[in-house]
Design a protein around this ligand. Structure first.
Ligand SMILES: *Cc1c(COP(=O)(O)O)cnc(C)c1O
Length: 374
């Protein structure tokens, strides 16, 4: 009898710190020894647990952290993280808190720079570390290269801030068909930063690479790389994925088994209709936990005792149903939704999504369990 009862008895997200350490070592093995590493732990550490991840990476000697918003940086500081933290996308209303908690802002526009200088001056700051972001083609956030004279003028008027780094962000580093675009972004960033460094009289450090750029454009790592998805075990390609180890495993449990007769339906709107005798299982997680409705109706599958069981019908808010016809299983058994055996990248792809979206959607309702596997 194939029996594998869930040891947790509920839906949990396991966070394997050994897998994280493996990924960190793999990524650093791709870098020159002097290249610094910024670990991106925004969005709860890509859906895992930003504080647990950051504390482990701090032990491993990471140089910097990045978060998207001030609130995320505050959570890291509250957890005792002492490493410098870059806030990628700060908002002016949070500048006071940012300064109080020793977080370092990205200055990405004239408005943000003026407001930050005002906040830093009003709090009596000298040489507060800031990071200037340039837009080299993503057209999302950042100064233009030709804003550099304006930036230099503002800098000459204040002693409240000091440029710690210059950076930019690539639009398509994972996409081989956009190689010439990416090389152009890298070239633009080089030119912009050389011009600024010549005027500044000191050398802020430079960074542009995300995970895929570390792998695909190692010559463009500059002084530091910013790695997010790779740390969590996904590399935007089959080859990279083989070297990395997924940090999170999403496990659930069979709450109930139903025997369905031909013509019967399962779930809301009767979206699944049985053509024959089927066996279905109900799991305690749904779209409120981050498994979107787009995975329903046989688009996505989970693993029951290592066998593929499609998600059937419409995913409900708190539950989803799977087809376990022909799979020996019973109530209380464990089900793997995401993990090394059912990678987030594959499950996401089934619904035209990406690992980033699936992982970061996993809601805070799911219990997190930190572990160290071998
Ligand atoms: C999220 C983010 C990263 C991390 O990218 P990955 O592809 O996850 O490595 C790096 N830089 C910026 C500006 C980001 O917003």
């Amino acid at each position: 009898m194939n029996s594998n009862p869930s040891s947790y008895g509920e839906t949990v997200l396991e966070i394997d710190l050994n897998a994280l350490a493996h990924n960190y070592r793999f990524i650093t093995s791709k870098l020159k020894p002097e290249t610094k590493v910024m670990a991106v732990v925004k969005a709860f550490g890509y859906g895992s647990d930003a504080c647990e991840v950051a504390k482990e990476l701090e032990q491993l000697g990471v140089d910097y952290f990045a978060v998207a918003y001030v609130k995320e940086g505050v959570a890291l500081r509250n957890a005792g993280v002492r490493t410098p933290i870059l806030v990628l996308h700060p908002q002016t209303v949070n500048f006071e808190v940012l300064i109080d908690r020793c977080l370092e802002p990205t200055l990405y526009s004239a408005r943000i720079m003026k407001e930050f200088v005002r906040a830093a001056e009003s709090k009596g700051q000298e040489n507060y570390p800031v990071h200037i972001k340039f837009n080299t083609g993503l057209n999302r956030l950042g100064f233009w290269g030709n804003d550099s004279d304006w930036i230099m003028d503002r800098l000459s008027e204040t002693t409240s801030i000091k440029i710690k780094s210059l950076f930019s962000h690539l639009a398509a580093s994972e996409d081989a068909s956009e190689k010439s675009f990416t090389l152009d972004q890298i070239e633009q960033f080089k030119e912009i930063s050389e011009k600024i460094i010549a005027q500044l009289g000191y050398r802020p450090f430079l960074h542009q690479s995300n995970t895929s750029a570390i792998i695909n454009y190692p010559e463009a790592n500059f002084d530091m790389v910013r790695t997010g998805i790779g740390l969590y075990g996904y590399g935007n390609s089959k080859e990279a994925d083989e070297q990395l180890s997924p940090v999170v495993t999403l496990k659930s449990i069979i709450s109930q088994i139903h025997k369905i007769e031909p013509g019967e339906s399962v779930g809301y709107n009767r979206a699944f209709k049985a053509s024959g005798y089927e066996v279905t299982a109900t799991l305690p997680l749904g779209h409120a936990d981050g498994i979107s409705r787009s995975y329903g109706n046989q688009v996505g599958h989970v693993l029951v005792h290592g066998k593929k069981a499609p998600i059937i019908g419409n995913v409900c808010m708190d539950m989803l149903m799977i087809n376990v016809t022909g799979i020996e299983c019973k109530e209380g058994d464990e089900v793997i939704i995401i993990g090394a055996s059912n990678p987030a990248s594959d499950l996401a792809e089934s619904a035209n999504s990406i690992s980033y979206e699936l992982l970061t959607a996993l809601s805070q309702r799911i219990k997190r369990v930190v572990c160290r596997k071998q």
